[in-house]
Design a protein around this ligand. Structure first.
Ligand code: AMP
Ligand code: GLY
Length: 423
């Protein structure tokens, strides 16, 4: 089979790496890919958002299955376009992907289905939003309705920040159209957990649990990023939470989508806050998480390819997923300046030295080849994943590998998975 993976981050390198192990796969293309995918697949110089060219490429090259990594092409309707052209594709349709691309749509569905989430109100008028804020207890959370590269969520500690955020989002269009409508919601206290489900329209299979680290600096300080590291399994997840999650979140969600005549097929990843009253939905993501995927796939023993096919064909209930009992810890190495304006073009050394350690996978994100060298080309540059008998062992191994890699301005968190070994 010929596979096309769309995207060029660490998540896509991990997907290519895993799919490459499938006996049914002959060739893998990655668009646009990175220096890591270039070693194990054929990179195609097309942007993930260039839908017409991607469609043409898949047709011309008889691609048997396309796997969509990032959220943007899903929100733009790549699955609808490919399906209309008789191209097999893994991911939700544009209307199903609204669960991620419109927070208001997601909130309304959760309200109707009584899915546990933060209390929220939605606004399209900034004066009304401000009036509402004036009677709230702080902190509150202000969210742009649409996709904003993970930057559209602001935690406002006081009315002054709430005012300036509402002004910037709604009147100054800081996030373009995405911020014209906003959600203002209750601030939830607890610890976060990422759950991934392969959904086939009616049924689903959960992947193992994982935890992301969203803030840029140690001790969960500094601004939010796309994710600075992950580990699996999550230390704040258990059988009781899982059954609450399935009964109060997954089942009602699929029921709610069915009422809207939406059959969700693809990967659904609800981000959860585990509060003292149980799991609450923070957001729905309609794709694999990054860097959670880099922590999850090294633990997946089953072949991923038939699982993706089963989700497309409505047959996921006849599959089980086998997992390695060992744990993974993934540390992200980022460019100087990230998550703000960051540097690129720095030579990376030590990649082979890190990769030769038993249990280590070095997944590339923002990297490219130039003059026979791997150089930095993005904010998040690498995700180093370690598999070990315990979180503690995986952590030690991950940081050993990280210490072998160097590039100018490289920064990473030193406390990934620390909460799992100290609590
Ligand atoms: P989202 O894109 O909705 O997941 O938000 C990004 C991050 O903001 C989450 O991972 C949380 O760390 C934080 N966040 C979002 N909503 C809330 C909330 N209601 N209470 C506390 N933190 C939140
Ligand atoms: N790990 C966060 C995300 O993929 O959205």
């Amino acid at each position: 089979m010929k596979i096309l993976v769309i995207g060029g981050g660490g998540r896509e390198h991990a997907l290519v790496w895993k799919l490459k192990q499938s006996p049914a796969v002959d060739r893998i293309f990655c668009a646009p890919g990175n220096a890591g995918t270039a070693v194990i697949a054929e990179n195609v110089a097309l942007a993930a958002s260039d839908l017409p060219q991607l469609r043409a490429f898949a047709k011309q090259n008889d691609v048997d299955l396309t796997v969509v990594g990032p959220d943007d092409p899903l929100a733009m309707g790549i699955v609808d376009l490919f399906s209309a052209n008789k191209l097999r594709v893994f991911g939700p349709t544009k209307s199903a992907a609204r669960l991620e691309s419109s927070k208001i749509f997601a909130k309304e569905l959760m309200r109707v289905q009584k899915i546990p989430t933060a209390q929220a109100s939605t606004f399209s008028d900034s004066k009304e939003a401000l009036r509402y804020c004036e009677q709230l207890k702080f902190p509150v959370v202000i969210k742009a309705d649409g996709l904003a590269l993970g930057k559209g969520v602001i935690i406002a500690p006081n009315i002054a920040t709430a005012r300036s955020t509402i002004e910037a989002m709604m009147n100054e269009a800081r996030f373009g159209e995405a911020g014209r409508r906003i959600v203002i919601e209750e601030f939830l206290r607890g610890t976060e957990c990422s759950l991934h489900a392969l959904v086939d329209g009616k049924n689903y299979r959960l992947l193992e649990s994982a935890r992301d680290h969203k803030r840029v600096f140690d001790g969960d300080s500094g601004p939010n990023t796309g994710g600075m590291g992950a580990f699996s399994p999550a230390n704040n997840w258990n059988a009781r939470l899982q059954s609450q999650f399935e009964n109060e979140i997954m089942r009602p969600l699929l029921r709610g989508l069915a009422k809207e005549r939406i059959a969700y097929r693809g990967l659904l990843y609800p981000g959860l806050m585990i509060t003292s009253d149980g799991a609450r939905v923070l957001e729905f993501n309609c794709r694999f998480g990054d860097p959670e995927t880099q922590a999850l796939l090294p633990r997946m023993k089953s072949d991923l390819l038939p699982l993706l096919g089963a989700a497309i064909d409505g047959k996921i209930d006849s599959y089980t997923i086998d997992w390695d009992k060992r744990a993974t810890v993934t540390v992200v190495l980022a460019s100087a300046g990230y998550p703000g304006k960051y540097e690129t073009g720095k030579a990376i050394s030590g990649l082979d030295d890190a990769a030769k350690l038993e249990g280590i996978q070095v997944f590339h994100a923002g990297t490219k080849n130039a003059n026979n060298q791997v150089i930095t080309a993005g904010g998040r540059v690498l995700a180093v994943s370690a598999l070990g008998p315990t979180i503690m062992a995986a952590r030690t191994l991950a940081y050993d590998a990280v210490s072998r890699i160097q590039f100018d301005g490289c920064h990473y968190r030193r406390d990934i998975a620390l909460s799992a070994v100290t609590s």
